[in-house]
Design a protein around this ligand. Structure first.
Ligand SMILES: [Zn+2]
Length: 303
């Protein structure tokens, strides 16, 4: 009897869960008074409800922007007055049309140029642009936009809430995880320079456009990770030169094969050196080798 009842309850719950499946595919987390993080499909955006309208960041995509608009409406009746683009990459800035009736769009000037050049009809071209610094003050709230030069893209800006000590810097630092693949689109030297600039900013909560908030500590951890990786690749390159490897192969292989073999050997050894310290970070087994290959190339060309 008890077993039958249990089954009934479990089955009812399972059916209930199934019925609820088309539940909202997004979450809204309150980070501070009037400050929210919207997340869907592993992307996230920040919005600030002021007394005089909403300041929102990245619309993400046409589909996600619809959900984003719903999520904001679930919190406030106020219209979105500003949409800030973190950077120009399509996977963060498409879909803004849903806010275009009430909002002005703000981005670093290179983002506007890139977006116009791309000509994607799903991306609203920003009307307000700036070079190094821009400040939005609305309803007693302040959002600062800071550009430190090229990094993950040539238009990526820090979105900083000084009163709340919240910083959003998209696609730069992924708390708990190794850096993204081979840092696509990134100028490595300038990226590392920007990481050090982030450390100078007074903030506690780090948002990065792809998940739950992290802390400033992760900026320090990334700096340490790259310092260690670069030091190790430098050391390995002194231990094994490209010329030695070509000699060792005694005429076997062509220029492509030998070059790849060299990059791979150095990268694999560097990853093994880093493993004891960073092996528990998410994605280490898949992406640390990609990070290392990129750093080998960086040091061959720009080190
Ligand atoms: Zn990006």
């Amino acid at each position: 009897m008890r077993a039958a009842l249990l089954c009934l309850l479990l089955c009812a719950c399972a059916a209930g869960a199934r019925a609820q499946r088309p539940a909202r595919p997004y979450t809204v987390a309150r980070l501070a008074d009037g400050v929210y993080l919207f997340s869907a499909y592993f992307y996230s955006s920040l919005f600030v409800v002021t007394g005089q309208g909403v300041i929102a960041t990245d619309p993400i995509s046409p589909r996600v922007a619809q959900l984003y608009a719903q999520a904001i409406e679930g919190v406030t009746d106020q219209p979105v007055r500003y949409v800030i683009y973190s950077h120009d990459h399509t996977d963060h800035v498409a879909g803004g049309a849903v806010f275009a009736g009430t909002a002005q769009f703000v981005a670093q000037e290179n983002a506007r140029a890139n977006i116009i050049a791309r000509g994607d009809p799903d991306i609203v071209v920003p009307q307000i642009t700036f070079r190094d610094h821009y400040e939005i003050k609305l309803g007693g709230r302040e959002v600062r936009l800071l550009y430190f030069g090229e990094n993950h893209s040539d238009s990526n800006v820090a979105i900083y809430l000084p009163a709340e000590k919240i910083l959003m810097m998209v696609d730069m630092v992924y708390p708990g995880s190794v850096p993204f693949r081979d840092l696509p689109g990134t100028d490595v030297r300038k990226y590392l320079g920007t990481l050090r600039r982030l450390r100078e900013i007074d903030f506690k909560i780090l948002l990065y456009g792809h998940g739950s908030p992290g802390t400033k500590q992760w900026v320090d951890q990334y700096i340490a990770y790259f310092d260690d990786l670069i030091a190790e690749v430098r050391r390995l390159r002194r231990e094994l030169s490209y010329e030695e490897l070509v000699e060792e192969q005694q005429g076997r292989g062509d220029v492509r094969g030998l070059f790849d073999l060299y990059v791979e050997r150095v990268a694999e050894r560097a990853v093994e050196t880093l493993r004891p310290k960073y092996g528990r970070w998410g994605g280490f087994d898949e992406w640390a080798i990609m990070n290392a290959r990129r750093i080998v190339l960086y040091l061959i060309m720009d080190g």
